[in-house]
Design a protein around this ligand. Structure first.
Ligand code: GUN
Ligand code: ZN
Length: 446
């Protein structure tokens, strides 16, 4: 593909920061130069084009706002078919809806079909990287990564480890889960843009023996991700107390086994204690904040300000299918409301940081994704502030960039995602009302 010069308004966080409200970069008329899937230039359009006049013929003009592709820190690809399932809280919801659905992923073809749909939906919602739970079946991981590889997309995924408290057909054993995970890590981790995550589902569905094997994997592969769930729901926490009576708290179940470290992503953390937050912060691990899921399952209000003050990495996440939208805009809007209920006003810059650069930093991937810096991978999104009349009117009256971002977050959803680029290639274009990637021949239903 020839070099492309994307010209338009640009916004991102170039560095790690504790003050996203101040430390962002905004170019009213900027260029983002893309070659061979990488960002090779960034700057003020006039200055850049004066220095590189030969690029004038390569310009693609964008009307909207160019931002880095969003990072969804926690999602379940097998659960999109049972998203919006009625009436239950976490443990019953898993039993009634989730486990029966995940049983279907023993079939490779079905898993591939669902992986394709999940990725298509991710891109339509502006997300270009996600940390994804597959199922207990290793083939469900193969199918996900194979689908992601057709787009050269940076995705994190792992086989669920689960050896108790679930239906027979969904259970592995400590030894088999360990061996399957090794095969998958050896095949997929750093294969193209794929990254592997050791994935014990959560403490209740793994015996102490299985958690020990997961920790052995973590020790053997120190740069591989770990993903699991932590302190989501009050009944779940009581169950963990009952199952692990000798551990001082929920986090300690993972910590004492050797599963608390950098690149470990803990979904939820709604009911963390002060001590747990401090230990999470010290370890360099990440809490994936899943506001739409926490509201939908009635799990509770994520204590964003407290977790932030503790210094723990926070990354926003959809947690579909308990989450009700793959849009991180919808999840940011939910996060704002959840924070308001706790008398904290989540700043739009802060929210955007924890969907892009903040998450990349948490995952130690900021040299690759999460920003528009030169040398990183060209995953970016064009947002349309005129996506629908009410938004257009509100943003016309916006007093500042902060005000515009706030309106986009509160009113926006997937409609504001105009175009999505992965590795420099356009994979979604709302105006064409179709998927631009050759593997999607079906015209979208929008
Ligand atoms: N805890 C264990 N498994 C799950 C899951 O699939 N979704 C959510 N939200 N919480 C979990
Ligand atoms: Zn989850």
């Amino acid at each position: 593909m020839p070099l492309e010069v994307h010209r338009g308004r640009l916004f991102h966080f170039p560095h790690i920061t504790a003050s996203p409200c101040e430390q962002y970069q905004y170019l009213e008329d900027g260029v983002l130069v893309v070659d061979e899937g990488k960002i090779v230039g960034l700057g003020d359009a006039n200055d850049y084009l004066q220095a590189h006049p030969q690029l004038a013929s390569q310009i693609i003009q964008h009307q909207g706002l160019l931002v880095p592709g969003f990072i969804d820190a926690h999602a379940h690809y097998p659960q999109i078919e049972m998203i919006a399932s009625f009436g239950q809280q976490l443990l019953d919801w898993l039993h009634d809806y989730t486990f029966p659905t995940e049983l279907k992923f023993i079939q490779r073809e079905y898993a591939r079909e669902q992986a394709d749909l999940f990725l298509e939906q991710l891109f339509a919602h502006g997300t270009t990287t996600a940390a994804v739970f597959a199922t207990v079946f290793p083939q469900s991981v193969d199918m996900f990564f194979e689908a992601a590889q057709t787009f050269d997309a940076r995705m994190i995924c792992g086989k669920v480890l689960m050896d108790r408290f679930c239906p027979d057909g969904l259970r592995d054993t400590p030894a088999q889960g360990y061996l399957d995970s090794i095969d998958l890590i050896e095949h997929w981790h750093n294969n193209g843009r794929a990254l592997y995550a050791i994935t014990p589902r959560f403490a209740p569905t793994s015996t102490p023996q299985q958690l020990k094997k997961a920790a052995q994997l973590a020790h053997k592969y120190p740069d591989v991700f770990i993903q699991t769930h932590l302190s989501e729901n009050v009944k779940e926490i009581a169950l963990v107390k009952q199952l692990f009576p000798h551990n001082k708290d929920y986090l300690d179940v993972y910590e004492s086994t050797g599963l608390l470290r950098e690149r470990a992503i803990f979904g939820h953390g709604v009911h963390l204690t002060h001590s747990e937050m401090k230990r999470l912060a010290a370890s360099g691990a990440t809490v994936a904040c899943c506001p739409s899921s926490n509201l939908f399952l009635g799990s509770g209000l994520f204590p964003f300000d407290k977790v932030k003050q503790s210094g723990t990495h926070i990354a926003f996440a959809s947690d579909v299918g308990a989450g009700t939208s793959m849009s991180l805009f919808a999840n940011m809007a939910d996060a704002y409301k959840v924070c308001q209920l706790q008398h904290y006003s989540l700043d739009p810059f802060e929210a955007m940081y924890h969907c892009t650069q903040g998450s990349a930093v948490a995952f130690k991937l900021e040299d690759k994704i999460g920003n528009l810096n030169v040398g990183t991978e060209a995953d970016f999104v064009e947002l349309n502030p005129s996506a629908f009349p009410m938004l257009e009117q509100r943003i016309k009256g916006a007093k500042s960039l902060q005000d515009e971002l706030f309106a986009l977050i509160i009113l926006g959803d997937e409609r504001v995602i105009d175009k999505t680029y992965v590795s420099g290639v356009k994979v979604f274009d709302r105006h064409k009302h179709q998927w631009t990637h050759p593997s999607f021949s079906v015209v979208s239903a929008f």
